[in-house]
Design a protein around this ligand. Structure first.
Ligand code: 13P
Length: 340
């Protein structure tokens, strides 16, 4: 393990003014996204769509990392340049999703365990040769009556820590992503209670697995009301509760926290991030690692049409720029009206 290298990459991933694009949808997930705009999920459509995002003019001004999926890491631009090489040339760090998805946890109805540890050491070493400098593993914690159980939280935290240790052994920065889902009608208080216990368990496991905290990035959910909750908490409350919860559990040795968007609308996700970054000095950088909140409008504008390529790029550039401003607390909702 090269600690200096790990810390350098982790710092670069959370540079102020920039964030990470999560474009690591598995084949199943991207098919769902394409179905919604009635495009067939062929390998070439998936390649073209990713090329549209990655070659967006000016993207590197607000994006400093992209999470790829196995297939995408091996694909090339139209001009024949492998995506990881293209991104690296733009000053964007390529990363790779390495988990194999959340599967039902036997004996615990309604709960999941993320798989993918078997053979991971070998895969990480190949991914590094292909250009990946960081990785992502997502644990999924659902809130519903009677769940999550402390057993499922612990099992997922243990797997996250084992993954993180293997990454660091291979000089790859782990993005540690314990996602508490915002599905359902739970209150923000319930989300805080669960997120609190998840982060506490995750950092305990990271410690026990001897993770080098300076060489990792945390990717958490925000503390937020369930999507179907009757009275959803205001943006200022989300920002406050999220920072309060993180301060209780995330050691200052961790260089940065890059949020997932988790089903928030693009504008909500940007506003929440900006409000948090206006809350005075914090011990870590707070940035974004959004999937849907960065891509939804671009995907629709593209619509799978070759004449939608430019419109898709303009939408993506617009959201990337606004989120970049949010990392410095400089986003305001009236900026949405300015032309994409
Ligand atoms: P969302 O921002 O769409 O939640 O995706 C981020 C991600 O990488 C989930 O693993």
């Amino acid at each position: 393990m090269n600690r200096t290298e790990l810390a350098r990459i982790a710092q670069a991933m959370v540079t102020r003014g920039k964030g990470i694009l999560a474009a690591d949808e598995s084949s199943g997930t991207i098919k769902k996204r394409f179905d919604a705009i009635r495009i067939e999920s062929t390998e070439e459509h998936r390649r073209t769509y990713r090329e549209m995002l990655f070659t967006t003019p000016g993207a590197a001004e607000s994006i400093n990392g992209v999470i790829l999926y196995d297939e995408t890491l091996r694909q090339k631009t139209r001009d024949g340049k492998p995506f990881p090489d293209y991104l690296t040339q733009q000053g964007i760090i390529p990363g790779i999703k390495v988990d194999m998805g959340a599967k039902p946890l036997a004996g615990f109805p309604g709960e999941t365990i993320t798989e993918g540890l078997d053979g991971l050491r070998g895969r990480l070493s190949e991914y590094r040769q292909l250009g990946a400098r960081f990785a992502k593993w997502r644990a999924v914690i659902d809130i519903a009556p009677g769940i999550p159980t402390s057993f499922a939280v612990k099992a997922n935290a243990h797997a996250l820590a084992r993954y993180a240790a293997l990454c660091q052994e291979n000089d790859i920065v782990p993005i540690v992503e314990p996602e508490v889902l915002m599905d359902g009608d739970h209150s923000i208080e319930r989300c805080e209670e669960v997120t609190d216990s998840v982060l506490s368990t995750v950092f305990r496991q990271l410690h026990e697995h001897r993770i080098y905290l300076e060489g990792m990035v945390l990717k958490p959910n925000m503390v937020i009301s369930g999507k179907k909750a009757a009275n959803r908490a205001a943006p200022e409350m989300v920002a406050e509760a999220t920072v309060r919860c993180l301060k209780r559990h995330v050691p200052p040795a961790v260089p940065g926290i890059a949020f997932l968007s988790g089903g928030q609308s693009p504008t909500e996700a940007t506003l929440h991030l900006s409000l948090m970054n206006r809350m005075g000095s914090l011990p870590w950088a707070l940035t974004f690692s959004y999937g849907r909140a960065l891509q939804d409008t671009a995907l629709k504008a593209w619509g799978g049409r070759s004449d939608g390529f430019g419109a898709g790029q303009r939408e993506f550039a617009h959201r990337a720029r606004l989120n970049g401003l949010a990392t410095a607390g400089r986003y305001t909702p009236d900026m949405e009206k300015q032309a994409a």
